[in-house]
Design a protein. Structure first.
Length: 316
């Protein structure tokens, strides 16, 4: 099922032209492109009906993996297949239960921050018996909830396990390969200004994360920028070494997102520049990101379809 994505060549000049020419059609076309990839993936997963199977779906921070997993599950059900989503976050051991970093802080991105024995038991039971009991993590208390939810599968069902560690080879060691598919979700396509890379793939995700953190997590742009190096460290250690092992890749880059997000992100970055220490790496990142976003033609968020994956970061 391995898929090689067609290479896209995103240029700021072309993005601006499309934004000026017919902004609504531009935004809609990008939304439809992403959904077409998900539909192709759903049909591929249905092509070989059989016993219960597992879909391990991973992606770095703000890649859109949570929304993609939900939409994929919905599409599979629309096509007549029973499908469920399980978040690996529900397998966290709890606060102060993760390995420590060099500075003494806890590494909640580490694989060992999960209850691996419990997770592997659930995977094995789903394959062997078609049923298991899924834990729930209480993020308010910072520890596993006392109750667990029973998950019972019918024949030919799929369970999508979503999380940063989902494609780690540890989970393949004792599971039949023919019953498992591995999916990687990310912003695959950078944006160029002439021959110069204006927005790297990681920069697109940083814009998304800043917007999401401010709106939904009461976290300022400055704080997100300060945390970003640790996020990158976790991705480089726990996700990207295993990308070549996946069966399917979903590119969540929307060519229209710099136009939609520029009016939202530039004020936040301006505040971050003013509050972060002069000469700090976080302040330099804020300045560079602001300069990269400023040239784009701006579009209102009202053009964004309610079903767009980008709503994960800016809301309704």
């Amino acid at each position: 099922m391995k898929k090689t994505l067609p290479k896209r060549n995103l240029k700021r000049e072309e993005i601006d032209r499309l934004a000026r020419q017919n902004p609504e059609a531009f935004v809609t076309a990008e939304h439809q492109r992403y959904f077409a990839d998900l539909e192709a993936l759903a049909r591929s997963l249905m092509a070989e009906p059989g016993p219960q199977g597992l879909v391990m779906l991973s992606g770095p921070s703000s890649s859109g993996k949570t929304t993609s997993a939900g939409y994929l599950s919905r599409l599979l059900r629309e096509y007549g297949m029973e499908a469920h989503v399980v978040s690996l976050d529900d397998f966290y051991r709890g606060r102060e239960q993760a390995p420590r970093l060099e500075d003494g802080s806890y590494d909640y991105e580490a694989l060992e921050a999960l209850n691996l024995d419990q997770l592997q038991t659930c995977l094995r039971e789903l394959i062997d018996c078609g049923r298991t009991r899924i834990p729930r993590f209480d993020f308010v208390t910072g520890r596993p909830a006392p109750e667990r939810e029973e998950l019972v599968l019918g024949a030919g069902s799929l369970v999508i396990f979503e999380g940063i560690h989902a494609i780690n080879p540890l989970f393949e060691e004792h599971l039949p390969q023919e019953r498992m598919a591995k999916i990687f979700v990310n912003t695959i396509t950078p944006v160029y200004d002439g021959q110069r890379k204006l927005l790297a793939r990681r920069s697109l995700r940083l814009v998304r994360r800043i917007l999401r953190d401010e709106r939904f997590r009461d976290c300022s742009a400055a704080n997100t920028l300060l945390m970003w190096p640790q996020v990158i460290r976790g991705e480089n250690r726990y996700i990207f070494p295993y990308v070549d092992t996946v069966d399917y890749v979903i590119d969540t880059t929307h060519a229209c997102e710099p136009c939609l997000f520029a009016p939202e992100i530039i004020p936040a970055l301006t505040v971050a520049e003013a509050t972060l220490p002069e000469g700090s790496a976080a302040r330099e990142t804020a300045s560079q990101l602001k300069a990269a976003m400023e040239p784009f033609v701006t579009l209102p968020l009202s053009l964004l379809p309610q079903q767009s994956m980008l709503r994960e970061f800016v809301g309704d």
